[in-house]
Each structure stands twice: as C-alpha cells, then as structure tokens.
Design a binder for this molecule. Structure first.
Ligand code: SAM
Length: 455
C-alpha cells in the first residue's frame, strides 16, 4: 500500500507504521519518529501485522494537563494533538470563525490573548516580505523588529506593535505585556521562526510595528547630550549606516538626518549594526536638502567630512604650514550620482582649471580644518558622504552657507580614504569633545558671573 502512494515508504519488519504528516511532501516513517511528530498526520498507513491484527498508530505525547482538559471537554482532541505544549497556560479554547484552526489562549495578563498559528498560517512568512522589501515597508507603513532587546526598546519608546510572533511563553513574558495591548499575538513554532528569522541564533520573538514617527517617540536618554547632528549624505551601505547610527547615539548626538538616497534605516542589516540606536535618538529619513534646515531649531554650523584633499593639504601646508584651498579645482568632491539634480561638473581635472571653463559655476569656498583643530564651537551638524560618490554638491553648499569647514582626517600616503562610518565616528567623538569643553567653559563663565552679581 505504501509503495502505491509515494513509492518511497520503506516498512521495516519491526517498525511497520508509516505516517504522512500534514505537509504532503513529508513522509514520516516508523514509530520512533512519530513520537516527535507535532503535526497531526493527514494520512496514516498501518499495515496488518504478522498476526493479522491492525496496528494502531501511536499518538503524539500529551501533557497530563492536556489530557485532563480534553477529558473535561475544554479543548478539542484535535487541537491538543496539533499543539502538544506542556508549558501552555490553562485557559484554552479552540477555533474562531475566521480561523477555524486557531486556538485562543487568554489570561496572559488581564484581557491579553494570544493565538496559535494554524497549519499553513501565512502570517509569519509575510514577515519576510516586510523585512526584505523597502517598498513593502514603506507602502504598508510597517517595520519588523526581531529579538527581545529591540522590541523592548521600541515599546519603551512608544512605538506601536501590530503583531507579535513568539515561540514560547517564556520569550513572550520577557516583554512588557501591558504594552502589547492592541497587537495580535501569535504563537508559532520555533522551527518556523528559525526559517524566517534574519539572525543566526533567533531569540524566538519577532514583531511588526507601525513605522514610528521619530518626532513622537520618547527617547529616554542618559548621559550628557551635545548640540551635534549627523547628516548622512547618500549612504547606501546598510552596515555603514547602522554603524554611524550607533556611533551617533554613543557620542550623545541630538539627532540624525538621512538624505533621500540613503539606505532605509529599517533595513534588517541597518538594525543589526545600529544595536538599538533607532530608539535612542530621532532619525529623520528621506530628506531633501531644502528640508534639512527645517530640522534645526536654532542656527547650526554645518561642516562636511571631506576625504579627498590629503594631497592638496600637504601641498598647501608646504607653503606656510597652514592647510588651505586656493582654487575652484580643489573641490574634488562633487557628486555625480543620479540623485543630484544640480550636478554642475564632474571630477576635478588640474589641467582644465581655467577661468573660462569654470565660467558660470559658483563654487562653494570653505576653509579646510584637520579633525583635531577647533571646529565644533557652536551648535554643529556634520555631513558624511556616501561610499561611492562622497559628498554631494548640496552638502557643500549648505556648509558654505553656514560658515562651516571641510574637515579632513589625515591618513598615511597611499591610503585613499576611510570607510564612511569610521570617519563619522572619529569626527563625532572629536566634535563631542570640543562641544563639551565649550559647554564647560560657558558654564563656568556663567557661574562666576552669577557669583559676582551683588545679591
Ligand atoms: C569612502 S569615503 C568616499 C570616497 C569617495 N570615493 C570620494 O571620492 O569622496 C566616504 C565618506 O567618508 C568621509 N571620509 C572618508 N575618509 C575621510 C577622511 N580621511 N577625512 C574626512 N572624511 C573622510 C567623507 O565624508 C567621505 O565622503
């Protein structure tokens, strides 16, 4: 009989039961495997044994509690067999009108319920689309967060959970349950989480949140903040962006602004590299350059991190020891990316640097400073360029308009530039150091002035 169905079922003389699981493509054979079977078999083949009697298929194990519940008619035998789970709480009933296979368990905490995924439940697999497609995330206004820490951070910051998938009650109970009200909570198998998880060792909890509005989140920030913003200019690499967010949070930055053209901050790789920075400081994404100014509540000096001037600095420094720029052609950072509407010219070419060729082009002129010189002396924003094209024209124009500098981290000859996240970290922490020093000095001045005032 077995051979008629699939032609692959082998019946051993001592183990004569063969089972087909609910997935028709999986054939489970032998009593030994059936003990570990969690799904209800759709078809069971059990041939007559040697004595001519029909051998009954063994049942998957049930907890004493389930058996008692079943006896009392509180759970259907099918439901119990489908989901043998000894750790489950008491109040279980089976089936809803919408999902006949769903069992709903209540009393997690007062009024909070969860469902069990039913066989063929597509909800978890849909998460993959959320995680992988930026378009889907943006159109649906949803984001995916994985792991206890990130989900807790999001809940603490006031992000709105829509669905939570968990593999064991222990995992779920690590979350602040009172903040999960309004979300659909679904218990799924750990194996299923493993299939769809984005990490090597999944923690067994994945959640979908409404895409948070950074201006509405509560960031409970510790440590002294400094009036420093990071502007990411067309940063495309998720690992780099995540690292920059992490560094900016660690340097006590005020906020982060991402231009259009940056990778989505909710990309799984960005989330992983950022290590929770998304809920430590506001991240404003997809900004046009003309919108960037609106994000500063007070006047800010914008500086650009510029990698392309080591040789110019060296040459200029030879004259009088001060690094400076002398002519329009020194600006080698002009971005030729398709995102730049106002692209005016390509790379600097020292041989074609005549007045006539540059006629009509108004080039931003700015002083260059080495990263350790004084540059963060008032509320500051730092622009870091993307991996391929470097800084955009708009970034440099904004820096010029606000009297900012080009900041350069000298590297040894032969090395082209630093990784953008590394450059951002060095400059952000130097900026923090300078701003803290400034705050200390102004604090001291104010204090002594107040002390001098006659009472
Ligand atoms: C990998 S670099 C970009 C290289 C790009 N091919 C170019 O021509 O500018 C990415 C960004 O990191 C920053 N950066 C890298 N090295 C730097 C350095 N030595 N000094 C200052 N900023 C640097 C700059 O903002 C730069 O735009």
């Amino acid at each position: 009989m077995a051979a008629l169905i699939k032609g692959v079922i082998r019946l051993f003389p001592t183990e004569r039961n063969a089972f087909l699981s609910t997935r028709s493509d999986i054939i489970v054979e032998s009593k030994r495997f059936v003990r570990g079977l969690r799904r209800k078999p759709v078809r069971v083949l059990f041939p007559e044994n040697d004595t001519g009697k029909v051998v009954k298929p063994p049942q998957p194990p049930q907890s004493d509690h389930h058996a008692a519940e079943q006896k009392m008619g509180r759970i259907s035998p099918g439901a119990a067999r489908r989901h043998p789970d000894r750790s489950d709480p008491v109040n279980t009933r089976s089936g809803t009108a919408k999902h006949p296979h769903v069992t709903v368990t209540k009393d997690l905490i007062d009024g909070l319920r969860y469902e069990r995924a039913f066989p063929g439940d597509k909800r978890l697999s849909k998460l993959v689309s959320v995680a992988r497609s930026r378009t889907f995330r943006e159109h649906q206004g949803k984001i995916l967060l994985e792991g206890r820490r990130l989900i807790c951070d999001a809940l603490e910051a006031g992000a709105r959970p829509q669905m939570v998938f968990f593999s064991s009650l222990d995992r779920l109970q690590e979350l602040p349950l009172d903040k999960l009200r309004g979300a659909t909570i679904v218990k799924v198998k750990f194996e299923d989480i493993k299939i769809w998880s984005d990490v090597v060792t999944p923690q067994g909890v994945i959640a979908i949140f409404a895409r948070p509005d950074p201006s509405r989140l509560n960031f409970s920030r510790r440590g002294q903040l400094v009036p420093l913003s990071l502007i990411c200019d067309n940063v495309r690499d998720p690992g780099n962006l995540g690292t920059m967010l992490r560094s900016a949070a660690a340097a006590g930055c005020h906020d982060i602004l991402l231009t259009k053209g940056c990778v989505d901050a909710w990309e799984p790789k960005v989330l992983r590299a950022a290590m929770g920075a998304h809920f430590q400081l506001p991240i404003y994404a997809s900004l046009e350059w003309h919108e960037i100014g609106n994000h500063f509540s007070k006047p800010v000096t914008v500086h650009v991190a510029d990698s392309s001037h080591g040789h110019h600095l060296k040459r200029d420094a030879e004259d009088d020891g001060t690094p400076k720029l002398s002519k329009p052609g020194d600006y080698g950072w002009v971005d030729s990316s398709p995102y730049r509407k106002k692209m005016e010219y390509e790379e600097y070419d020292s041989d074609s640097d005549s007045e006539s060729e540059n006629e009509g082009i108004s080039l931003p002129r700015m002083e260059t400073k080495l990263y350790h010189e004084n540059w963060a002396q008032s509320p500051t924003a730092l622009v870091v360029g993307g991996e391929t094209h470097g800084l955009s024209m708009e970034a440099v124009q904004l820096a010029e308009k606000t009297d900012g500098y080009r900041l350069f981290i000298p590297v040894v000859p032969g090395v082209d530039s630093l990784n953008s996240a590394m450059a951002a970290s060095i400059l952000l922490f130097e900026g923090r150091r300078q701003l803290l020093k400034l705050l200390q000095t102004t604090g001291k001045k104010r204090q002594s002035k107040a002390e001098r005032k006659p009472s």
